[in-house]
Design a protein around this ligand. Structure first.
Ligand code: ADP
Length: 158
């Protein structure tokens, strides 16, 4: 059973994340989207809201499961029996940080490999931060997130 984890904050999930989920789900038996409970990062959406949004948006992909996790990614992966990490790469600016993360995770557990998917050209500029910034000014975010999520994002700024 090839089980992978796609970890992230997903605050909120964007078309860029959903594209990585769809593509990586085809490469493994089960893809677990691991939503990080990060007390250091001040998130706009609660953990539960972030998990629910991804669940709704991925309900038609049978081998995708969405869960939250706390603590070290490698520990979570041992718990659920996963040894592949999926990450998305948008630009060279992502590379240095991602390289370091992948190496640290591999040092902690040699069985763990990180697989990078290159962002779809359409979404290479897209980040949760950009979505939040535009939404905070009441701008159009319909090209960045699914229609079902738009009002929930705007509601955070009203
Ligand atoms: P983190 O806080 O861990 O960076 P994010 O939710 O911002 O979490 O991102 C999770 C993963 O999704 C990261 O690997 C990131 O590079 C990737 N990602 C984010 N936006 C995009 C995008 N537009 N296209 C492809 N991958 C993306």
């Amino acid at each position: 059973m090839r089980r992978a984890v796609y970890p992230g904050s997903f605050d909120p999930v964007t078309f860029g994340h959903l594209d990585i989920i769809e593509r990586s789900a085809k490469m493994v038996d089960e893809l677990v989207v691991g939503v990080l409970h990060n007390s250091a990062k001040n998130s706009l959406f609660s953990l539960e809201e972030r998990v629910n949004m991804i669940r709704e948006m991925t309900k038609d992909i049978p081998n995708v499961r969405v869960e939250s996790f706390d603590g070290l990614l490698v520990d979570y992966m041992s718990q659920i029996g996963a040894n592949i990490i999926i990450r998305g790469l948008r630009a060279v600016t992502d590379f240095e940080y991602e390289l370091q993360l992948a190496q640290i995770n591999h040092v902690q557990n040699e069985e763990i490999e990180t697989v990078f998917l290159i962002t779809n050209l359409k979404y290479s500029y897209l980040s949760s931060t950009i979505v939040k910034e535009i939404a905070s000014y009441g701008g159009d975010i319909s090209k960045f997130v699914p229609a079902e999520l738009i009002d929930r994002i705007y509601a955070k700024y009203n």
